[in-house]
Design a protein around this ligand. Structure first.
Ligand SMILES: [Zn+2]
Length: 232
């Protein structure tokens, strides 16, 4: 065979392989959803949420407020014991991005002290209150910043039906991080309907860290930022 013909065959093969690689649809994400509950622990509602999760063999992530953790450490221990994840939501629910660096770091350290007392370790994940963060927080907090991709606005509507309809009305939920709160009875009621419904739809309810690993192939680490731009 002439050299030119061999070259032509090789070039054609390379083009075909490249075209297949470019045109191939991305692998579908595993059918996983991460429910997240902020602002607890709440003496009544966090316990009710844990009951729902346990009954349905489901996990979720709780972004807890450090100054409340000391009042109900047993709720965090129970969450961990059933496979849930605990993230920091600051010590006093102040705006970390508006604090000077010293105050910001002191707040996070005070929160970590409470988490260590309750569950023996400081969380890797930090959800800054209101999702407000800046580059300083990313670089200095020693945490992975996690916000959400779907906001149920449950704190605003206080209406379980509205929360359930919002989630059910979304398209594919694989790889999504859903924001809720553990401070309202209506949010617990919504979770009571959503958790079994999501399972019926074939979704596995996992922690944020597991979702980032299994749907996006990353391990959440300090300096990482995981916002709605990431969870697409
Ligand atoms: Zn909050």
């Amino acid at each position: 065979m002439r050299k030119g013909t061999v070259c032509l065959i090789i070039m054609t093969l390379c083009t075909v392989v490249f075209a297949l690689w470019v045109l191939a649809p991305p692998a579908p994400k595993p059918r996983m959803v991460a429910l997240t509950f902020d602002d607890g622990p709440h003496q009544v509602h966090t316990a009710e949420l844990l009951d729902i999760l346990e009954e349905n063999d489901a996990a979720a992530t709780f972004f807890e407020v450090g100054e409340i953790v000391g009042e109900y450490p047993e709720l965090l221990a129970r969450a961990v014991s059933i496979g849930c994840e605990i993230g920091s939501h600051s010590y006093a629910h102040g705006n970390l991005a508006e604090m000077d660096e010293e105050a910001m770091l002191a707040d996070l350290a005070a929160a970590d002290e409470q988490f260590i007392r309750a569950i023996g370790q400081a969380p890797v994940l930090l959800r800054p209150p209101w999702g407000d963060y800046d580059q300083r927080l990313v670089e200095k907090s020693g945490k992975a910043i996690v916000t959400w991709s779907l906001d149920t606005r449950d704190w605003e509507s206080r209406d379980a039906r509205a929360v359930v309809d919002y989630v059910k009305g979304q398209g594919g939920l694989a790889g999504q991080v859903i924001l809720m709160h553990s401070t309202h009875a209506s949010s617990v009621e919504a979770a009571g309907e959503l958790v079994p419904w999501l399972k019926e739809q074939g979704y596995q309810l996992v922690t944020v860290s597991q979702l980032i690993e299994d749907c996006y192939g990353e391990t959440p680490a300090p300096g990482g930022v995981y916002t709605y731009l990431f969870f697409k």
